[in-house]
Design a protein around this ligand. Structure first.
Ligand SMILES: NC(=O)CC[C@H](N)C(=O)O
Length: 346
């Protein structure tokens, strides 16, 4: 008699690996914007749609992460202040300390997105992915770019390959380091670029990497939001032909701690402006020489004798990023050699 076949032992289905938990912190901008008609791609109100609505409108997110949302602000990013930066950084730092959070996405207006990203890159202590994202068209517009950008950003934040790469910006399928990226074009959806190229791409929820940041950031940074109560007054003066010293003199009179000079070309400074900056330098004001050229690179002692004047050069940081690094660095030192070291390292 044939022996009866033993019934196959039931195979326990392996539990599906839990999806990573990504917190979306919403701050406003066009990605939360709404226009009067589908043809309103550039004429609309930013910062209208609450985070719950952004997330409910994109059920595809549920395939890449367990997503929760928090409305931190609801503003256009040109209205960000230092206080907004500090509040946001403290919230991000608290969240990344939570063991149940694997990544952070920050929805943001694109106008100052690169500034917020760079600030967080300097002061948040973590290896967990922090990804900023915005859009160039409101969700009510034809060919709106926000939904796909948000899906891309959540995918980047949920990816183990994004760990340890510092604060990232995910826009139009590209992944950039917040340190390098800047808004270079308006209106068009390909608004962001980095002088040294993107780090990678995100396509259909998968990340593809080609390079990693070399500059100090996040957990390798000597700065921490835990030790920063306020940011000192650091402002930017823009240079151009026929520039008067009015703005510099006014900033000096207002008691500014540092001036970032957004110079022409290699960070050049008009002959009549040099003595005004040196007057302020003599009073202890820190002078940082940057370039108004996108991707502009400023060398020490080229164009101006920085060693002789005790000035700092901004390396390749644009003026708005140089403002933030100066402000953060001034919370620890006023020594211009130290400040220059910091500009080379971050
Ligand atoms: N595309 C945008 O997000 C620009 C909208 C607005 N000016 C902002 O920066 O918030």
């Amino acid at each position: 008699m044939p022996t009866p076949m033993a019934a196959p032992a039931p195979v326990a289905a392996a539990p599906a690996p839990a999806l990573p938990h990504v917190v979306v912190l919403a701050t406003g901008g066009t990605i939360a914007g709404a226009g009067a008609s589908t043809a309103s791609s550039a004429t609309y109100q930013a910062a209208k749609v609450p985070v719950e609505q952004l997330l409910i409108g994109l059920p595809e997110l549920g395939k890449v992460a367990r997503v929760s949302g928090e409305q931190v602000f609801q503003i256009a990013s040109e209205s960000f202040t230092n206080q907004h930066l500090l509040t946001l950084a403290r919230r991000v730092q608290a969240l990344v300390r939570q063991p149940d959070v694997q990544g952070i996405v920050i929805t943001h207006g694109t106008d100052t997105l690169e500034e917020t990203g760079f600030f967080l890159n300097l002061v948040v202590q973590t290896d967990k992915p922090i990804v900023l994202v915005g859009s160039m068209r409101p969700g009510t517009s034809l060919s709106a770019d926000g939904a796909l950008n948000l899906l891309g950003a959540v995918s980047v934040a949920a990816s183990p390959d994004s760990v340890g790469k510092g604060v990232l910006v995910s826009m139009a399928d590209e992944i950039h380091t917040a340190r390098d990226v800047a808004k270079l074009v308006n209106i068009k959806t390909s608004a962001f670029g980095s002088p040294w190229g993107p780090l990678g791409m995100v396509v259909e929820g998968k990340t593809y990497w080609f390079r990693a940041p070399i500059k100090r950031h996040t957990s390798a940074s000597e700065f921490s939001i835990d030790r920063i109560q306020t940011l000192p007054a650091v402002d930017i003066v823009y240079s151009y032909g026929n520039v008067p010293s009015t703005a510099i003199d006014a900033l000096g009179a207002a008691g500014v701690q540092a001036i970032v000079h957004a110079g022409t070309g290699n960070g050049s400074v008009a002959d009549r402006i040099v003595p005004r900056l040196n007057d302020l330098r003599g009073k202890g004001v820190v002078i940082v020489r940057s370039s108004r050229i996108p991707g502009g690179f400023v060398l020490r002692n080229a164009e101006q004798p920085d060693d002789k004047y005790g000035w700092v050069v901004a390396h390749d940081l644009n003026p708005q990023k140089a403002r933030l690094l100066t402000a953060v660095a001034l919370t620890q030192t006023r020594d211009t050699r130290e400040l220059q070291r910091i500009f080379w390292e971050y």
